[in-house]
Design a protein around this ligand. Sequence first.
Ligand SMILES: Cc1cc2nc3c(=O)[nH]c(=O)nc-3n(C[C@H](O)[C@H](O)[C@H](O)COP(=O)(O)OP(=O)(O)OC[C@H]3O[C@@H](n4cnc5c(N)ncnc54)[C@H](O)[C@@H]3O)c2cc1C
Length: 438
Amino acid sequence: MNDLAQLRSRLDGDCLIPGDADYDTVRRPADLAHQDVRPKLVIRCRSAADVVLGVGYARDTGTPVVPRGGGHCFAGRSSTEGVVLDLSGLDAVAVTGGTAVIGAGARLAQVYTALHAQDRTIPAGCGATVGIAGLALGGGIGLLGRSHGLTCDRLTGAQVVFADGSVADCDADREPDLFWALRGAGGGQFGVVVSLVFDTVPEPVATRFALRWRRPPLADLIAAWQDWAPDAPDAITADLALTAGDPPEAVCFGASLLDERSTRNLLQAFCVAVGAAPDIDVHGGMAFNRLKRSFEDLEESNEAGTVLRQRSAFFADPLRSSTIEELAGGLSDPAAPRRRLNFTAMGGAYNRVPVAATAFAHRSARFMLQHVAPTADPWIDRSWERAYGVSSKGVYPNFPDPLLPDWATAYHGANLARLRAVKRAYDPDRCFTFPQSL
Ligand SMILES: Cc1cc2nc3c(=O)[nH]c(=O)nc-3n(C[C@H](O)[C@H](O)[C@H](O)COP(=O)(O)OP(=O)(O)OC[C@H]3O[C@@H](n4cnc5c(N)ncnc54)[C@H](O)[C@@H]3O)c2cc1C
């Protein structure tokens, strides 16, 4: 189909072109860095049939097409000057027993709330407006991950629209190679996912904690954290966020499935290893949904004003003290208050899945380190390069980095060859493409 009027008449949803009243609102992704891209057409899909029509229109008119969930892609991959398939209208969450069928346009806050109503949850990320599909297709790291694995480890099926307009349900038995690839290769690679099926877990009652140091000994803190958090009991996830300033800010925060007293004991031992006492805030007995929401103030994103840039890497081995000193030194400039290092604890259930079992290639990581800073700050490249040199050279597909030199192996590691074969089989004409796509 190549006629816009005909497309419009057949859609359950609607489509917007430049000049339409809502166009300027709808065309913008959540990420501020990519607000200037002006699509030829934005289709607000209301059904899988709309996705088929949108893909068909793009194919027949030779126009690039991208799916958009939450619109948070750091590399702007859900924006195009062609056709944006806005899936936010496909956001139903249906829970039957332990199984949840979730529309690809649902956002995380919505997912957690709907599952909470049935006393269920899934291990998934932070970021209330992050899209479930974007998150799960690239992995999905979060506060329950050390006990329950990645979001994609709980995925049991998906419905996908391909470039030729065909639709398939995939799972361990049907289209198993595609199902394997959807679990960790990153979004937008093979087709448009319209719904996802998850094996949920009972929603835990958890203990929330946040430790804040007034004058943080940054190097000692990093050293003690990397020795403790990746090897801590699976039940506890403790991440570390360090922000430049005078003095710098340091917060170690997370969730524990242990009771308040046992959690406090573990945190006390960590504080002794740091050698400096923080303000300790520990609350037991919280429904996980509430605990998640309580950390929203710690999230920094490109929705908030200044345009930020990020670069990251996984680490399989502890950092040496010389690297730690350099990382800490980069945060001592009081004139650069938005520089930030985020350390995310891996290990536990993440690493009990064999690397070949899903497309997610980073199953031996101890932790991930993310550098964040305003776009123009050159510190980020200097500091990241120093750290990347001693990292496992692996990068999370959901934290895409357009400057990454060895991006294919960095994102996909040992799974790269099989992923390329799946790409050839399911998207032979490369309808779904972007810089650094398979
Ligand atoms: C505030 C914030 C907090 C975050 N916290 C976490 C976290 O705790 N853990 C974590 O793991 N990650 C986290 N992330 C990163 C997040 O996982 C990625 O940015 C993710 O790709 C965003 O998905 P989206 O749907 O919002 O973005 P989009 O830009 O809509 O999509 C991302 C990619 O997936 C593709 N895509 C989207 N929907 C579909 C679909 N239905 N079918 C096929 N392809 C699709 C897009 O085309 C694009 O390539 C965070 C990001 C932000 C901004």
